[in-house]
Design a protein around this ligand. Structure first.
Ligand SMILES: Nc1ncnc2c1ncn2[C@@H]1O[C@H](COP(=O)(O)OP(=O)(O)OP(=O)(O)O)[C@@H](O)[C@H]1O
Ligand SMILES: [Mg+2]
Length: 370
């Protein structure tokens, strides 16, 4: 799956940016984007404007934008997901409360807008918060899959621009595009990084403040209209968000570490029992992974599954000549020792601040009322 809005710049990109920053001349207009083949599957990126034009679900259509704004809009269009990210609710284990709250807040209002008017108008800002690797991004992708709305997948690199003023314009264009393509969901992944970018130079500080202000203004605008545009934000540092932002992210949903049943389901899916081989000791795995996140559990399973492959590699390396592909032996089964080794080698990475998330949830979180 190709994710367009990767937040890490390549060394070459960073170098170019640094060089440009020293150059006092105004920034050049963004280079015309290269055409990317549209055969890319789920999170594709096509920035060929002629390709976008006229396509209601992806282009700028009749949206009237100036030349500069149009360039900015092009940048953002690269971050729209076309097609579905293909994450089903069932593939997210546990998190029943979070799923239920998300369905109530986003999925149902989009499917049945008739009921969500007046006092019951849908929540426009939703925050998913919790320890790293617990499925926040997966939940957002599931919303995109389920709702089939225009989905803007935005990370810090999409809207934090080095150029003074560009970031706030990008935010403006982003919301304009979202309204134009409504119903749409703007997913602000790692929102803490988007709004708390602090540079050393005063100007950067100032620019980040203006970006944040523009975001707050635009989010305010959403609550005053009936258009179906949702802001879905995710963070693992919810306490870094200030009161103004929290007020606009009205629905705050905790995505906690996986409980016993969720861990069991994850192990069953990732390490299925194969008839005729050792029964996988799920109970031991579940018991010993208290405090592990979903992504830690994935690592445990990968580590356990690597062991038989390592044994096979050792055998293959001992052979003189390369074995042809159709004569390659099968990978052996996972043993109890492999599982014990995997558990010893993979430590939980996200359990230290659990109490902090709980406290934040008690103070600011939304709960399922039954
Ligand atoms: N509840 C879950 N069910 C199934 N897999 C999960 C679950 N939670 C986490 N995972 C696994 O962990 C990986 C990381 O999940 P994801 O990217 O959604 O975490 P995140 O909460 O967004 O983390 P971060 O805060 O670091 O961005 C997933 O690709 C998946 O393999
Ligand atoms: Mg994430």
């Amino acid at each position: 799956m190709r994710r367009v809005s990767a937040s890490v710049a390549s060394p070459r990109e960073t170098k170019t940016r640094t060089a440009r920053r020293l150059d006092p001349t105004p920034p050049p207009a963004p280079a015309p984007p290269r055409h990317t083949p549209t055969a890319t599957p789920t999170w594709p990126c096509s920035s060929n404007m002629s390709g976008w034009r006229g396509r209601r679900s992806c282009g700028m259509g009749q949206l009237m934008l100036g030349r500069q704004m149009r360039n900015l809009a092009e940048t953002l269009l690269r971050d729209i997901i076309r097609g579905s990210p293909d994450v089903k609710w069932e593939s997210i284990k546990g998190l029943e409360n979070a799923k239920r709250l998300l369905k109530e807040a986003v999925v149902m209002p989009i499917k049945y807008p008739k009921y969500f008017t007046g006092l019951l108008s849908p929540w426009k800002g939703i925050l998913l918060f919790g320890p790293p690797g617990t499925g926040k991004t997966m939940l957002a992708k599931a919303v995109a899959t389920e709702c089939e709305t225009t989905f803007f997948n935005i990370s810090a690199s999409s809207i934090v621009s080095k150029w003074r003023g560009d970031s706030e314009k990008l935010v403006k264009v982003l919301f304009e595009l979202a309204r134009h393509h409504a119903p749409s969901t703007i997913f602000l992944d790692e929102i803490d990084a988007i709004i708390s970018q602090r540079g050393e130079a005063r100007s950067e500080h100032e620019a980040s403040r203006r970006l944040k202000t523009e975001l707050l203004i635009q989010m305010d605008g959403l609550t005053k209209t009936d258009e179906l545009v949702f802001v879905l934000a995710a963070t693992n540092l919810p306490w870094e968000l200030d009161a103004a932002m929290l007020r606009r992210l009205e629905k705050r949903i905790l995505v906690p570490l996986p409980e016993i049943e969720a861990r069991h389901a994850m192990f069953e899916e990732l390490l299925p029992s194969i008839p005729g081989t050792m029964e996988i000791p799920y109970d031991v795995l579940v018991e010993k992974t208290e405090g592990y996140s979903g992504s830690d559990i994935r690592l445990v399973c990968k580590e356990a599954a690597m062991q038989p492959l390592r044994r096979l590699m050792a055998v293959l390396e001992g052979r003189q000549e390369e074995v042809p592909e159709d004569e390659l032996p099968e990978v052996g089964p996972i043993t109890r020792e492999d599982i014990e080794l995997a558990l010893r080698n993979t430590r939980p990475s996200a359990h230290l601040h659990v109490h902090r998330y709980k406290k934040f949830n008690e103070d600011y979180g939304s709960h399922v009322l039954s």
